[in-house]
Design a protein around this ligand. Sequence first.
Ligand code: ADE
Length: 247
Amino acid sequence: MKPEPAKLTVKIITLFPEMFPGHLGLSLSGKALEKRIWSLETVNPRYYTTDVHKTVDDSPFGGGAGMVMKPDILDRSLQAHLPLGRFIYMTPRGKPLTQAKAIELSQEPLLTILCGRYEGVDERLLEAYQAEEISIGDYVLSGGEQAAMILLDTVIRLLPDVIGNAGTHDEESFGNGLLEYPHYTRPAEWTGPDGILRKVPEILSSGHHAKVKDWRLEQSKAVTKERRPDLWSAYVVQNPENSKKTK
Ligand code: ADE
């Protein structure tokens, strides 16, 4: 019997294939990799060089610091691994990664992710392949590999059968446009290193599911309002009943 194809095939274009699967080989994503829910193939552009020095980069036209990854070498690497499916380039210049983007990508059968090193990749290659440029945040990593792993983590955990309880995703942060409410477990009373005895909020032991739900929503709103005014404004637009001033 032929083994079932993976639900998601991932191809990574990287000068450092030994960085993969990295943390994606552990825990939930690692088990999913073993179960062939997703599969991973790395492609090293250095293999597609033709000179003795195995040159993958060159200095930028117009001068300036750093090196730029060569379009001809990357093109050969990509052509040898068609099809590409959704073609993504990890870069701080990209559109920010969001939970909505993770959900969208988790429905794709094939993702090819290009990881930049040095100053980046020749723009013409990105244009020619209509790369979707994605950033994981407003800071600069030393390469796209770690960013690709974070993007993949967000996608893989959404694949069917990776997390046991499918309902888990509805309640987590961003599921409803809000940050998640706080969590508590036993012991019900706990004294921390500051000597203060802290009790679990009473409502959570009341067994009153509707009230617990309301309390959690209020907590979510409060934390979002305080920490993420950008998310809160978007939430109020979608849920205008929240726009009135609270006492
Ligand atoms: N490569 C370097 N920094 C990055 C970032 N913030 N997001 C995506 N790719 C990157």
